[in-house]
Design a protein around this ligand. Structure first.
Ligand code: 5AD
Ligand code: FES
Length: 378
């Protein structure tokens, strides 16, 4: 087989290449193959499973930078230099579930639980509006003490007090009827990470009471009901293989979410996965770029987990194709109680400080935080 690893004619071995070891040549050839797959993804917006596995397995710095450069250009062509911000209000850390990775799981007895009142939530939004937020994300554990009516009332109060704002819910698995009621009350978007598109993998991350089929049913319902719908994964979650990530990419290329949440898995000291290694920072950035190339219009946050694993993680996320940042709007007193993983950033900061910090960080890399709902652009 003729091995071609530089731009010299096929039957000519250049001086530089002749000095390479056979391992280096194989490595360069793999990088060239990976770049071709990135070009194909950019053009066709999909790859088959073998291609995904081959691409994901060749995440070198050079390949990652190649994908990031293209992803940045694609994000630029759809959203320009704008970065959308969403204010997250973590209104309850009570959760009925026991996901093995999550710090607010029901089984964690070392955690003081809190619930914000309707008035507290409205106050957070009021402050957020002043800082320039035009999307509020209401996030909580699966806390059944807030009834469907409670959630609907909170959503419609926010919508009537701030008619130029979008409301995103991130409150877990519910019935189709509940989702329809939230939509009717005015909710615009819903975030529910699928966590993994591989059912066997899902079962290793969750106890028996939780079901992958129900998770997928929820996502289908949300989409059908007209929510801008977000799914997503943790990178490097325990038992995740390259094949799992390939399944995730194929699932997302078919589901076509309007939003994708991707961050590294980070262990939490009071969970069964406390001794598991962190996910890879580099692989997270690579996947952000590949998601942007696969779904050019997708709303793609540079997540808090990415900012936790590296001090400049969110900036690097945006440089890799992300276009959303979700600073915290929760009252400072409760922030350190919404610890999904250890060492979460911004838990000691007031909301205005988080907003200004994000704005300054984006400015430094040539991006602009905008006062805008930041809807999905078709
Ligand atoms: N590390 C990283 N992300 C986590 N999440 C939950 N626990 C962790 C963790 N230990 C993510 C899950 C969940 C979202 C709200 O936070 O993907 O869907
Ligand atoms: Fe709360 Fe999983 S532990 S959703």
């Amino acid at each position: 087989m003729a091995v071609k690893w530089c731009l010299a004619p096929i039957d000519f071995i250049c001086y530089h290449c002749a000095l390479l070891s056979s391992e280096e040549r194989i490595f360069m050839e793999l990088e060239m193959e990976a770049k071709k797959l990135i070009d194909k993804l950019e053009l066709e917006h999909k790859l088959d499973k073998d291609e995904w596995i081959s691409l994901l397995d060749s995440c070198s710095d050079e390949v990652r930078e190649y994908a990031a450069e293209k992803a940045r250009a694609v994000a630029q062509s759809v959203y320009g230099n704008d970065v959308f911000i969403r204010g997250i209000v973590e209104f309850s850390n009570v959760c009925k579930n026991d996901c093995y990775y999550c710090g607010i799981r029901a089984g964690n007895c070392n955690l003081e639980r809190y619930k914000l009142t309707e008035e507290d939530i409205l106050q957070c939004c009021k402050a957020g509006y002043r800082y320039g937020f035009r999307t509020f994300v209401l996030q909580s554990g699966e806390d059944l003490s807030y009834t469907t009516e409670d959630i609907c009332r909170i959503v419609s109060r926010i919508k009537s007090e701030f008619p130029d704002c979008a409301v995103t819910l991130s409150i877990g698995e519910k019935s189709r009827e509940d989702y329809a009621a939230y939509k009717e009350a005015g909710a615009d978007r819903y975030l529910l990470r699928h966590e993994t598109a591989n059912k066997a993998h899902y079962e290793k991350l969750h106890p028996d009471e939780m079901s992958w089929d129900n998770r997928m049913r929820c996502l289908r319902d949300l989409k059908e009901l007209g929510f801008q719908t977000g799914c997503g994964i943790m990178v490097g979650s325990p038992y995740q293989t390259t094949e799992c990530i390939a399944d995730d990419m194929i699932f997302m290329s078919e589901f076509k979410p309007e939003m994708i949440g991707i961050g590294p898995f980070l262990p939490h000291k009071d969970t069964p996965f406390k001794d598991e290694p962190k996910g890879s920072y580099e692989m997270t950035l690579f996947l952000l770029s590949l998601c942007r190339l696969m779904l050019p219009h997708v709303l793609l946050p540079a997540t808090t987990a990415l900012g936790t694993i590296r001090p400049d993680g969110r900036e690097q996320g945006v440089m890799s194709g992300a276009n959303v940042i979700m600073p915290n709007l929760s009252p400072t007193e409760v922030r350190d109680k919404y610890m999904l993983y250890d060492n979460k950033i911004c838990t000691g900061d007031a909301s205005d400080k988080c907003h200004d910090c994000v704005e300054a960080r984006m400015k430094l890399i040539g991006y602009r935080v905008v006062v805008d709902r930041g809807d999905y652009r078709v």
